[in-house]
Design a protein around this ligand. Sequence first.
Ligand code: GDP
Length: 193
Amino acid sequence: MKNLFKKTEFVFGVTNYKNLPDDAGSEILLAGRSNAGKSSALNVLTDNPKLARISKTPGRTTEINFFKVNEDLMLLDLPGYGFAKSSKAKKKDWGPLLGEYFQKRRALTAVVIFMDIRHPLKESDWEMIHLCRNFNVPFIPALTKSDKLSNNNIAKAISFVKVKIPESTPIAVSSKDKDGFDSLSKKILNFVK
Ligand code: GDP
């Protein structure tokens, strides 16, 4: 399958709503706890091993980083949430921006919530799910590091998440084995307006 994400490039990072570009096209938000495997997944999705490093560069870790897929689609990489001290500091920076973003942004199309398949639906994941539900934004649970589990346990993890959030269709991915990314990219592209 042709990789439609192949030309994805970093454009800029923002910390303020007023610095956002025009509210046009489709924006897919990438969210997840630190270490969930979001950067690795972004690299595999775009077939660009260097891309997501940008979001981890000091100075960029408190921004929402914009990656342009094409003229109509942006991926927005949210700093990882969920780790005690640093997360509080980070939240303080982008928390208000995120609230305003959900409230106002018409381009917001869907959220991919990356969760380690062995530890899905932690408290901070639920915060993101509630935010999506409150603003009627569809979300895709991406269960990462599926190579760590047997097929049987992958199926169990998927049904566990499906039972807890019935409106969603969880997808298991492994960046290590490059598995599940056709489904994930299809799912993302299905949401694009
Ligand atoms: P982020 O903080 O969510 O961006 O997570 P990273 O992509 O930096 O990954 C965190 C850790 O998990 C790193 O040590 C990665 O090597 C590891 N990791 C990420 N994806 C996978 C995967 O698919 N399989 C395995 N086994 N490890 C992974």
